[in-house]
Design a binder for this molecule. Structure first.
Ligand SMILES: Nc1ncnc2c1ncn2[C@@H]1O[C@H](COP(=O)(O)OP(=O)(O)OP(=O)(O)O)[C@@H](O)[C@H]1O
Ligand SMILES: [Mg+2]
Length: 427
């Protein structure tokens, strides 16, 4: 049986999908075959499983990104160029009109994820996004939708963990009037609502096994039946699923179907936790500090050095969402200056003999780390002022000269309270 020809057609995203499809068909056919002896069936199933794993590995993110750059090289566009910097990668995304949907950061792992999203978005391949709570999985689903051909069509979000078992089928597939107590009219389900658009299946790891079977059926047939109806309805919904669980572990434990996992994870994206992208924390603090101040219609609160130090070192188990919440809390509770006392109590460090809630109560002698940070902030500010002087306040020009993201530069200017117009030449 000739299924896979590595020397043949080059691996594009679509051929991965086609290959997976073939494997799944082969697996189902073999399962129901009556003309083969069981040992043969088992053997073939094992072979198919191995082949499928190989395809999954190929589509795994590093391979996927490598395939994209190898493709560029093959076409002779760039002769063995050095690795692009993260700034260059972000600029390249911008230049290709990538829609970020508010996602920012120059961390290499995040850029990997965005580049995969960019490639996957225009295809209809299912995408599985995983990562810890608050790492931006839902945001990534929106990025995929916004960059695809379905961007103007519905985006429907379903929280699989929040639907009671008894209502799951009706929520997903709809129902006919009178099909159960309380069904007082015909109702569309989420899949029908997402027709021609994207359905985001959040917390897919929480979906109970009977629901998984039903979902698998829809993924295979692209058809649904409303509860209480015999009529089959074709649905064309692009699937993006997300989880903060380790689905492979759930498969081992028997609470997640392996076949569903492979169906959903043709493209698999993992978002890095904030503790692995600490370099982004200053930017996120500035961004969410400003956002919170704007939302609360006030001036951004200045952070005392010790609060800033804490926020830069904190582990953020709740990731970006936690950081954002902290900045909103600080903005709401602090006056002109925010200090450790404005942090949520459960994460607030003990302050020996200090008045924890007193704004501006900086220690008399700064620690070495605080002194370093203050000096580095001062150097950063001076450099920005000098740079702005040289370009007469043209931020875009400065960003170009320094090969920096303009948005990032704007945030730095905000952080230091610098206004580009103060550096414009007046005649
Ligand atoms: N790269 C990013 N840049 C800016 N903001 C981000 C980024 N990633 C996430 N956020 C913000 O962090 C918050 C949490 O993101 P989101 O809801 O997408 O996370 P999640 O992974 O779905 O979380 P959960 O697992 O708890 O559902 C949102 O306010 C989102 O806008
Ligand atoms: Mg979420």
């Amino acid at each position: 049986m000739k299924l896979f020809n590595p020397g043949g057609e080059r691996g594009s995203a679509m051929s991965y999908a086609a290959l997976l499809e073939k494997i799944e068909i082969m697996r189902s056919t073999l399962r129901w075959s009556s003309r083969l002896e069981q040992p043969d069936v088992d053997k073939l199933l094992r072979q198919a499983g191995a082949l499928r794993d190989e395809v999954m590995q190929l589509s795994h993110k590093e391979r996927f990104v490598q395939a994209v750059s190898a493709d560029t090289e093959r076409r002779g566009a760039e002769p063995a160029a050095p690795e692009p910097s993260t700034g260059e990668r972000r600029r390249a995304l911008l230049a290709r009109s990538f829609v970020f949907e508010g996602t920012f950061g120059d961390n290499p792992k995040l850029l990997d994820a965005l580049e995969i999203a960019e490639k996957a978005a225009p295809t209809d391949l299912p995408v599985l996004v995983d990562g810890e709570s608050g790492t931006g999985k839902e945001l990534m689903a929106k990025v995929i939708h916004a960059n695809g051909t379905r961007a103007d069509m519905p985006y429907v979000s379903v929280n699989c963990g929040a639907i009671p078992d008894s209502l799951l089928e009706s929520e997903l597939f709809g129902h006919r009037k009178g099909s159960f107590t309380g069904a007082d009219r015909d109702r569309k389900g989420k899949f029908e609502s997402a027709h021609r658009g994207t359905i985001f299946l959040d917390e897919i790891g929480e979906l109970p096994l009977p629901g998984q079977v039903k979902l698998l059926r829809v993924l295979q047939s692209h058809e649904i039946q409303r509860v209480g109806s015999d009529e089959t309805i074709s649905v064309d919904a692009r699937i993006v699923a997300a989880t903060n669980k380790n689905l492979r572990k759930l498969i081992e434990q028997g609470s997640f179907r392996e076949d569903l996992f492979y169906r959903l994870s043709v493209i698999h994206l993992t978002l890095p936790p904030l503790r692995e992208r600490k370099d982004e924390i200053p930017l996120l603090l500035a961004y969410y500090g400003d956002e919170a101040a704007e939302a609360l219609k006030r001036r951004p609160a200045a952070l005392t050095p010790r609060l800033r130090e804490f926020l830069l070192r904190y582990a953020y188990p709740g990731n970006i969402r936690e950081l954002r919440n902290i900045m909103y809390r600080i903005s709401c509770l602090a006056g002109e200056t925010a200090d450790l006392g404005h942090l949520p109590e459960d994460i607030r460090p003990a302050l020996p003999g200090a008045l924890a809630g007193t704004a501006g109560a900086a220690p008399a002698t700064p620690s070495l780390a605080e002194a370093k940070r203050a000096a580095s902030d001062e150097a950063e500010r001076r450099c920005l002022e000098q740079g702005l002087l040289e370009v007469s306040g043209m931020v875009a020009e400065l960003a170009r000269r320094w090969e920096m993201n303009r948005q990032h530069l704007q945030l730095l200017l905000k952080k230091h309270g610098l206004h580009s117009k103060d550096f414009r030449k007046t005649h």
